[in-house]
Write a protein that binds this ligand. Structure first.
Ligand code: PBG
Length: 321
């Protein structure tokens, strides 16, 4: 995979974790990204159904949990925020900013923190966009998302990962970041994301199940190869630094073509349903969890994935990576 000036804007290669994440054919620990769920209102230590040892994090346990992951060699994270109150306007991201600041003060640049940027955990509808007269209100949705991006960058996010699949989102976030002296903050685009049946455990954890309908209005049809490739090209042209396919294992055929067309690093998101299958098979003693997990990562790597988001990223050292 070519890594050069054309691939990732050098000014955004600002830390060694990002450099490691985007270099080399061999799978390394820094190429694995661990998702973390932060709930504004939660205070109990709750495990997430189907996701093994992944738990809901809150003010009192987040620092301890990250410290534990770091001890195991994991230093690349993606954060998902879930607010106390849902609304359809005037979103408040102050709690996200505060917790990001707390994390960055504690761990500085020893870790890299990506933030997933979507509004489905914030909206009453549970959708990744706002509506006007039952149509997608693109302008307002993009405005809101740009404000989210600024707030996350203000909190110290090392990178922004817009996951809404609204065309225009990368461009508008890039413009807002650049206008506000955040040119150095990279954008990891969920650039080819299907309306998949495998997001169930995540939606329970992020409290983001749509209240009506489904996400086929903005997420991709998994039958459509051409649109799947075109989607990543579009987000690349909008200015994304990193590409991604999702669900990862179900998109193995797309990784190399997207890399060839965009000349940018392409990552794979091993989504909640894909990860849960391993968890449940192992629970029933039908597979060896560690070996199974390692096989999925090796397959993604063989398929050309530059980096992998996985709910088991924190086990990399245990798995010999
Ligand atoms: C938010 C978002 C979702 C996932 C990542 N970001 C849910 C969705 O699109 O419905 C899914 C991740 C997973 O299943 O692990 N838009």
């Amino acid at each position: 995979m070519k890594i050069g000036k054309k691939v990732l804007n050098q000014s955004r290669m600002h830390n060694d974790i990002l450099r490691n994440m985007c270099g080399g054919k061999e799978l390394t620990r820094d190429q694995l990204i661990q998702p973390l769920f932060f709930h504004e209102h939660e205070s109990a230590d709750v495990l997430i159904e189907g996701l093994g040892e992944n738990r809901i994090l809150h003010d009192n346990n987040i620092i301890g949990n990250i410290a534990k992951d770091m001890k195991n060699g994991c230093r690349n994270f993606i954060l998902f925020f879930v607010p106390r109150l849902k609304t359809n306007n005037s979103f408040n991201t102050k709690f996200c900013e505060n917790i990001l600041k707390k994390i960055k003060i504690e761990f500085q640049n020893d870790i890299q923190v990506w933030v997933d940027l979507c509004i489905c955990s914030f909206t009453k509808t549970g959708h990744c966009c706002l509506f006007k007269e039952s149509k997608i209100d693109l302008e307002n949705s993009l405005n809101v998302m740009s404000n989210f991006a600024l707030s996350f960058a203000n909190g110290g996010a090392d990178g922004i990962a817009p996951s809404s699949m609204l065309f225009g989102v990368v461009k508008s976030i890039r413009q807002s970041l650049d206008k506000n002296n955040f040119n150095h903050v990279p954008i990891m685009s969920y650039s080819t994301k299907f309306a998949s049946n495998f997001y169930g455990p995540f939606r329970a954890a992020a409290d983001s199940t749509p209240a009506f309908g489904d996400r086929t209005g903005y997420q991709l049809d998994y039958n459509d190869y051409e649109k799947a490739i075109q989607s990543s090209i579009t987000f690349s042209e909008e200015g994304a630094d990193l590409m991604m396919v999702k669900p990862g294992l179900l998109s193995l055929d797309l990784i190399k073509p997207i890399n060839e067309k965009t000349s940018k690093p392409v990552g794979a998101y091993q989504v909640s349903g894909e990860y849960s299958s391993l968890v449940y098979l192992a629970e029933k003693k039908l597979i060896d969890f560690d070996k199974g997990l390692l096989e999925t990562w090796s397959s993604l790597k063989r398929g050309g994935a530059q980096y992998i988001i996985s709910y088991g990223a924190r086990y990399a050292k245990r798995l010999g990576i």
